[in-house]
Design a protein around this ligand. Structure first.
Ligand code: GLU
Length: 310
């Protein structure tokens, strides 16, 4: 039988935590899910520290994260990429968008936008496009925005199914560089995934509604679009979304990963709808991951958020 491109293309997945707080159970689920989705296809699993928002980065957390992943046997391929060292690449991409008239300077303040913008069915503010046709007189550039299209962006998520969003109704022209300098997450993630050849993005469902903006940027920058797989969120004690600030749920807190790592991975697998056999109780992280690599089934991953029973 003739090999197709899909047969020969190596899966390149990644895990991209933000070192703004310790790894929590939600990040563990994203790490395990992205690792197994890559490794079940004998792919690469890359690691990127999303430390772009320097004032929010907690010193020492990135190294703690690496140590936790290693203790769990979640060994990444290649060098860790740090977004804080890649400003030049983001600058080039932003310049290219600007050169082609796809991005424009915006002089609006947050409060000006909030006063005019309204999004009846949405929590987020929709940018009303005040600076789309040039900076109004007297305004200075505060941010760089990308012009969104009127057509809906649609994609098929491996867990969440088909997803569709009209950016003009849900967010409007969005910021890719802020007034105070840093590039926005959406631009950085798209530039970095393309630069590393990532073709499989597995992450938490809190980023599902951001994905159309990222796909749109990929199209504008002529990058390939990876496959997407958004995993259910872990809920906190009152069904709330787990937050990184919630130190009570920090992964390493109160746990001896050398002793409990295997059990923690088993809980993550069960959270992801997998059915590891009882014979793995008491197994090491390595044994649990080996089972996951050969048996992980993305079709069994649930869509709904839920508590982490561990
Ligand atoms: N850095 C993001 C987070 O920690 C994840 C970004 C991504 O996977 O695209 O929530």
């Amino acid at each position: 039988m003739k090999a197709t491109l899909a047969d020969t293309l190596q899966v390149v997945g990644r895990f991209a935590p933000s070192p703004t707080g310790p790894l929590h159970l939600g990040s563990l689920v994203a790490a395990v899910g992205s690792y197994l989705m890559a490794k079940r296809s004998r792919g690469l699993w890359l690691l990127r520290m999303e430390d772009l928002d320097l004032p929010r980065v907690v010193p020492g957390i990135a190294d703690d994260m690496l140590a936790t992943l290693e203790a769990l046997g979640l060994q990444w391929d290649g060098e860790v990429v740090y977004q804080s060292r890649r400003n030049e690449q983001y600058r080039e991409a932003a310049l290219e968008l600007r050169r082609h008239g796809l991005a424009y300077p915006c002089g609006c303040t947050r409060s000006e936008i909030a006063q005019i913008a309204s999004a009846p069915h949405h929590d987020a503010v929709v940018y009303p496009g005040l600076c789309r046709n040039g900076l109004p007189p007297g305004k200075t550039e505060r941010a760089l925005r990308v012009k969104v299209c009127d057509e809906a962006i649609c994609f098929d998520d491996c867990v969440m199914g088909s997803y569709r969003q009209e950016m003009s109704a849900s967010c409007g022209d969005f910021v890719i560089q802020r007034a105070d300098g840093p590039y926005a997450y959406h631009l950085a993630v798209v530039v970095d995934d393309a630069a590393s050849g990532v073709n499989q993005v597995v992450r938490g469902a809190d980023l599902l509604s951001s994905t159309p903006r990222q796909i749109y940027l990929q199209r504008l920058l002529r990058y390939p679009t990876p496959g997407y797989c958004h995993l259910p969120l872990v809920t906190g004690p009152q069904q709330t979304k787990l937050s990184k600030r919630d130190s009570a749920v920090s992964l390493a807190a109160g746990r001896d990963l050398a002793r409990d790592g295997g059990a923690l991975l088993l809980s993550a697998l069960r959270f992801l709808g997998q059915n590891p056999p009882p014979s793995l109780d008491g197994a090491s992280p390595r044994e649990v991951l080996l089972w996951g690599v050969s048996c992980f089934d993305p079709n069994s991953v649930p869509r709904d958020a839920g508590p982490f029973e561990g």
